[in-house]
Design a protein around this ligand. Sequence first.
Ligand code: NAD
Ligand code: TDX
Length: 325
Amino acid sequence: MRILVTGGAGFIGSHYVRTLLGGGYPAYAGAAVTVLDKLTYSGNRDNLASVAGSFDFVEGDICDADLVEQLMPGHDAVVHFAAESHVDRSILGAGPFVTTNVIGTQVLLDAARRAGVGRFLHVSTDEVYGSIDEGSWTEEWPLQPNSPYSASKAGSDLLVLAYHRTHGMEVVVTRCSNNYGHYQFPEKVIPLFVTNLIDGRQVPLYGDGGNIRDWLHVSDHCAGIQLALEKGRAGEVYNIGGGRELTNKELTEVLLEATGRDWSAVRPVEDRKGHDRRYSLSHEKISNELGYEPAVTFEDGIAATVAWYKENRSWWEPLKTRAAL
Ligand code: NAD
Ligand code: TDX
């Protein structure tokens, strides 16, 4: 079996590749892996250093139709992580989000279809559902994305599902809540806050800090992706959630405690434009159909994550300097 992993040098994709090559997904033990990654600001080959030499790495753009067409044959499955992933960047400029997230997905789908690839797993996000005041989103919820990022992800989800209906491709879409864990690029709120706090700096809390996110450890997200890849029904969407819902203030309190800082380290700043108030995901479908259950408690996961950032300054410090964070 040979798997093409796009965006495998990013936060979640690299976790998936390290776990797969480390034997963490028994049904795929011995599978050969090709990583296709453009190495944008958030892609980093160091994320794959522990498995270097045990997979093929191709530095390239998913929008490069010639490259993708040439690479695709011989692969049995595609696990598609590659994306522009940061909401704040999409507010500053939507161009790369539409190009990579929508066009890049179309290029991959066409090449996979022509090469007769057996399975296409599209990694998406709960943000495509918009914002919800009460209750939790099921997969039937209408798509109401509010940021250019989530709109581009919604566009890619619909394209993927259309290739199932039109061409009969074996696609599966997963939509996950907010991830945290090792190797997350330090622009996202948890690693940004943790590394600032470790360094005695302040952290910028948007608006009133009352926005709610559902935090899931990256290993649970990847376990859900693997289940959907192996056993999900073609043409279906599976939500992956089950983490801990917290307001940003509550999350900040946890991170202040973990780093021995207090509220004087928190600087309230202007709210994000179009800031979604609450994300909440029902994962009943993937649990009932495929046996998914999250395994990492928020307490354990966040303690391990904070410890990892404390111990791995050499990983994040150059990234923050380069990105002026
Ligand atoms: P990330 O920004 O850490 O990684 C993205 C990777 O994609 C990087 O390695 C980057 O170099 C690569 N990439 C970007 N543009 C590319 C292109 N044109 N061609 C090839 N490679 C390209 O993002 P992440 O947090 O690991 O997210 C991975 C996927 O998971 C994304 O599709 C994202 O929408 C989805 N997702 C993320 C979260 C989250 O909380 N981070 C939650 C749900 C879903
Ligand atoms: O400096 C900050 N201050 C702050 O208050 C940052 C960067 C964020 N925030 C708030 C905004 C959000 O309410 O924290 C919350 C989380 O923000 P992000 O880490 O930027 O994540 P979010 O916008 O929720 O999107 C994330 O989850 C879903 C990922 O970046 C997406 O790729 C994923 O699809």
